[in-house]
Design a protein around this ligand. Structure first.
Ligand SMILES: *Cc1c(COP(=O)(O)O)cnc(C)c1O
Length: 550
């Protein structure tokens, strides 16, 4: 069989190590088989940390297979993709004899792992515009493994599934094609797993390190035919996945976690497009390469100088000029990070006219870190992330109905309680709105709205410059989703104080979700009316106040 010729003979002939937890995983029995401590350490009573883990924790494996759309026998979990790379090289390449190939500029660990395994590296450089030299990759002789990074780090380019299929078919029985999909979640295209059925020599690597935000727990997956997985399993050390890592991964991969991930990926796409556009507009920057990942590569004759300037502003990017002359790679950060990055490069927002009403505030305490940008009369859209799902939902209603573009990012101690985060978001949002209102000349000042389904909110707003709050509403339940309803009055209280506004809210209804939603929507609508510019008043530079002060 072709695979038996490809794998190292030592691997083929070796017997699998049979670990205790492989033979017996029933932790309800009295386990005296693995020389473990009979009890967990102090402080960990009730945990199973004294026991060796399942070599391939079953629950996590099932969940990963579900997410990646593959069968149980097609997946092997490793300590990140990095261990997967080493495992493949050790399993297939004989030291001093065999070689791997890859297409620079690309991820550098392929070469590193080959070299410490005494395996030769053959480089098949990418063509101009960073496309694969498919012909050369198909024709290179005597290589056991061909590594293709998709999307590619550091260029962001995306080898097509058609090209991969051609490559797999043409290599057929003389090499494995290993596709590194560390960043696949960030792009619109499908994973190469769809080619598995047609390509027995294909291996795909996935990870929880990048999009899932779990680089700290080291969980990667190798996906391939059952025959390849069986061989790799022999070489993988007995217990690669620590119990706590598997538990943590399963938590994050819950439906709520996946929902949150999807939103983060959407945000990344929007931020990536904005950053791309604005980098392109800078005369100091030569080229920006289109990217399908969570980073952008750009070149400039002043790349070294730019690197130093950024560093002086407290920003670190990656100098990739060894691989691509005069290049820097920047990760897509939070909106505030990206703004600082662009500001340090002296790139002004081209879509912002100087007359645009805009407010941007941030606040950092021991408990929270909040950034908020509001743009009046803008099509930019909303990016809202507070770590509290129901609160995000409400803020989205507020933004949508106010016609304001809202970027809001809060990192708070929501594990303790949502109180600090909700309060600080309200404070920063109020301050940003106040800044955007500027001198208030020309505004309508008042807004109001009534109604919604079985719930009805009667909300009036006065941008008077003075804080006042009346909140008349009793919710039929203490929580909606992950949000305590008592926080709603507190939110508007804090907002009224920082914005300097009178807010009167009276709500009746039967369903707490509807009631909350009607309040946030009503506030959005009221805000829209109140901040609207009245053209005749604007011409006269008038304030809607007989006092002449707001
Ligand atoms: C970051 C990165 C990896 C490492 O992934 P881990 O799962 O954290 O080991 C692998 N490949 C590429 C292309 C990367 O950029």
């Amino acid at each position: 069989m072709w695979l038996e010729k490809l794998v190292r003979p030592e691997v083929l002939s070796s017997k699998s190590y049979s670990s205790a937890r492989m033979e017996n995983q029933n932790l309800d029995l009295i386990l005296l088989d693995a020389n473990e401590s009979p009890e967990p350490p102090y402080g960990e009573q009730g945990s199973r940390l004294n026991r060796y883990p399942d070599p391939q924790p079953e629950g996590l494996k099932r969940r990963l297979c579900e997410i990646y759309g593959v069968e149980r026998n097609q997946l092997l979990m490793t300590r990140g993709i990095d261990e997967g790379i080493d495992l493949l090289i050790r399993s297939f390449c004989r030291p001093g004899l065999d070689a791997i190939a890859y297409a620079p500029p690309t991820y550098s660990y392929y070469k590193v792992a080959a070299s410490f395994n005494a395996v030769k590296s053959i480089e098949i450089p990418q063509c101009s515009g960073f496309s694969l030299d498919l012909k050369a990759l198909c024709e290179v002789t005597s290589v056991k493994l061909i590594f293709i990074c998709r999307p590619n780090n550091p260029t962001g380019s995306m080898p097509s599934l058609e090209d991969l299929k051609v490559l797999c078919t043409s290599r057929s029985e003389d090499s494995l094609v290993v596709v590194d999909e560390a960043y696949i979640e960030f792009c619109d295209e499908d994973s190469a797993t769809s080619l598995l059925a047609d390509c027995p020599n294909l291996v795909i690597m996935r990870t929880l390190s990048k999009a899932y935000g779990l680089a700290g727990i080291r969980i990667g997956s190798l996906i391939a035919s059952e025959e390849i997985i069986k061989l790799l399993k022999k070489v993988l050390p007995p217990y690669p996945i620590p119990t706590i890592c598997a538990t943590k991964a399963l938590e994050v991969l819950s439906p709520v976690g996946m929902f949150y991930l999807k939103r983060r990926l959407e945000t990344n796409k929007v931020e990536r497009a904005l950053l791309f556009q604005r980098l392109m507009s800078s005369p100091r920057i030569e080229r920006v390469f289109p990217s399908q990942a969570n980073f952008l590569l750009f070149t400039s004759p002043h790349s070294k100088q730019i690197y130093r300037e950024l560093k002086e502003s407290g920003l670190v990017v990656r100098d990739r000029s060894d691989d691509v002359p005069n290049s820097l790679r920047v990760s897509i950060g939070r909106s505030q990070d990206n703004e600082l990055f662009l500001a340090a490069l002296q790139i002004k927002s081209s879509d912002l006219e100087s007359t645009q009403r805009r407010g941007s505030k941030s606040r950092k305490t021991n408990e929270t870190e909040v950034f908020c940008e509001v743009l009046f009369d803008s099509q930019k859209g909303n990016l809202i992330s507070t770590g509290i799902l129901f609160f995000d939902h409400m803020l989205e209603q507020l933004a949508a109905h106010s016609g304001i573009s809202l970027s809001l990012n809060a990192l708070g101690d929501v594990g303790v309680d949502v109180h600090h985060t909700v309060e600080d978001v309200a404070i920063v949002l109020g301050e940003a709105l106040k800044e955007a209102l500027g001198n208030k000349r020309g505004i309508e000042r008042y807004g109001f709205l009534l109604s919604m389904d079985e719930s009805q909110t009667n909300l009036s707003l006065d941008l008077s410059g003075r804080a006042a709050i009346v909140f008349d509403c009793s919710f039929p339940s203490e929580r909606v989703g992950d949000f305590p309803t008592e926080m709603i009055s507190h939110f508007f209280e804090s907002l009224s104080a920082s914005l300097g506004a009178g807010i009167h809210i009276k709500t009746v209804g039967k369903n707490a979700h509807h009631m909350a939603e009607s309040i946030f929507k009503a506030f959005g609508r009221s805000l829209k009316q109140a901040v609207e510019i009245n053209e005749s008043r604007k011409k006269a530079e008038q304030l809607p106040s007989t006092k002449g002060l707001l």
